[in-house]
Write a protein that binds this ligand. Structure first.
Ligand SMILES: CC(C)(COP(=O)(O)OP(=O)(O)OC[C@H]1O[C@@H](n2cnc3c(N)ncnc32)[C@H](O)[C@@H]1OP(=O)(O)O)[C@@H](O)C(=O)NCCC(=O)NCCS
Length: 196
């Protein structure tokens, strides 16, 4: 009985020795094998939740957009829309906040409830289509340039001529903005999917 026990123990200890050797060999080879796979390093995305924006969010949404979108969206950046962080562009603020009433804008909030991404969407209706250029009425000379550019694009695109006549309403993505620390992690993709 004793002998059998002893042999079993010896066998077990041999087996674990072999396992250890194999594991060590695998561990030694792992870095080289991984580098051959050219894996991209993955960053952890902290958790966020999505929620609908309402007109009550106007102040918070504008504050967020003034910190990011107003400064770093390429058109705004090109014309240096805000000359100092304190500068205001009331026309762009109105453009953003007036779309909240359509009830189709979405925000991503972090664990503290702070905005980390916003997509401002609006509903455009076929029977309200108006391609006339109203940029000349814009008091802000810088934003006027952007309005003129967007209005020219609108006229060239003529989306309603391309949509089936049965389509009366479309969702327009008007402003997309992600907090600079959260970019490249799929936040805007999630916001756009939620908008759909
Ligand atoms: C553009 C912006 C909203 C993207 O937000 P984000 O959360 O980093 O985007 P995501 O990580 O969800 O990426 C979504 C897709 O957009 C692409 N993308 C991201 N930033 C991009 C950029 N600056 N230019 C082109 N494509 C971009 C990504 O490759 C990704 O494509 P995929 O899903 O096919 O791989 C963000 O960079 C931002 O706020 N920029 C400043 C404001 C701006 O330019 N807004 C757009 C005009 S309204």
């Amino acid at each position: 009985m004793h002998l059998i026990k002893h042999n079993r123990r010896t066998y077990r200890s041999h087996r674990s020795h072999i396992n250890l050797l194999q594991t060590t060999k695998l561990a030694d080879e792992l870095p080289a094998q991984l580098s051959e796979l050219h894996l991209r390093p993955r960053t952890m995305t902290p958790s966020f939740t999505l929620r609908k924006l309402t007109p009550k969010d106007k102040e918070g949404a504008i504050d967020f957009l003034r910190r990011f979108f107003f400064l770093d969206e390429p058109l705004n950046q090109t014309i240096n829309l805000l000359e100092t962080p304190e500068s205001r562009c009331y026309e762009l603020e109105d453009y953003a906040s007036s779309s909240l009433a359509d009830g189709v804008s979405v925000a991503a909030v972090d664990e503290n409830g702070d905005f980390v991404g916003i997509v401002i969407n609006g509903l455009a209706k076929r029977d309200e289509v108006d391609y006339t250029d109203k940029s000349a009425n814009c008091p802000d000379p810088k934003f006027r340039v952007i309005l003129k550019f967007l209005s020219d694009l609108d006229r060239q695109a003529r989306i309603w001529d391309k949509l089936p006549l049965s389509c009366h309403t479309v969702l327009e993505v008007r402003i997309a903005s992600t907090h600079s620390d959260w970019r490249g992690r799929g936040l805007m993709r999630a916001l756009c999917e939620e908008s759909e």
